[in-house]
Design a protein around this ligand. Sequence first.
Ligand code: 5RP
Length: 230
Amino acid sequence: MDALKRQAAARALEEVRSGMKLGLGTGSTAKHFVDLLGEKVRAGLKVVGVPTSEATRAQAEACGVPLTTLDDVDHLDLTIDGADEINPALDLIKGGGGALLREKIVANASDRMIVIADETKWVERLGRFPLPVEVIPFGLAATQRAMTEAFAKAGVSGQMVLRKAGAGDGHVFVTDGGHWIIDVRLGEIEDPPRLAGLLSAIPGVVEHGLFIGLGSTAILAGAQGIRVIQ
Ligand code: 5RP
């Protein structure tokens, strides 16, 4: 699986040109991309990147990829990022790695977003992967009640689980922005844009992992080779 992720990352690298301002995604697939990009930069490619997480920032710095911020550039040419699920409309579920807020800000500031993944991420309908919803800790129970209402309006229901840190010591996972994440097992989401709109309207929801209309291209690596979907 890791080899497939690297193949997708390598194919995405072919889309990068000297002078580009890039959004750098987060996760194990995006990590391959940053690694390969670093090799090119060390060989003379001139790009600047905006990282979507502190983890990606650290990796990019270690690889020698020059970084900038969204305050210092007027737009990004291209963002390359992974995803937890991709449907035929190129709508996505993201946030398995907890970086969905910065990932969405960066993708939205980009002319194009290339999603890189292994074939297992391709689904007819989004929702098998638990939907990450980034929330403000204040008023958590009220936010969860509002989320339940939003799910009912969108014709889905789901079990909400507050994400814990990986260490297994019971600590809540805290995002780079200082927020918490609720993972929601929904099953098939019939109308992802509608659910996205309903969740965005809840005050305690900072952002959610439905990326609607942001993906321009998906590069999927499978046993049969690479598929590029526009
Ligand atoms: C992080 C993300 C990742 O892109 C997503 O979880 C996919 O990760 P991986 O490439 O490790 O499967 O959204 O917030």
